[in-house]
Design a protein around this ligand. Sequence first.
Ligand SMILES: [Zn+2]
Length: 111
Amino acid sequence: MTRSHFSDELAQAYVDGALSDREAERCSEHARTCAECRLLVESYRALASDLEALPSLEPELDFTRSVMAVIDEKEHAAAVSAATRSGWWGSPRSPPPRCSSASAPTPGRPR
Ligand SMILES: [Zn+2]
């Protein structure tokens, strides 16, 4: 993967310190030589300090909660369908044959 100019996400993550050490290293390396990206990082840094200066971010709590609710729902659905599937597979239709069978056992596929 060749690292070209920073994407917005990357610049943001870099400013937030959300990158791994190696990523951050690469970013600072690039920013050192690229005025364009340095500017981008600079603007995100300014934005971040602006945000920190704000008194409070009430809506964010609600937002997080609603996102978590959606995620819970999805995970629940996934868990249910996984359980249903493993139930299908998990119920043996017949006891396993004697271990001495030479040919590879073909797994019984439902349907
Ligand atoms: Zn660049």
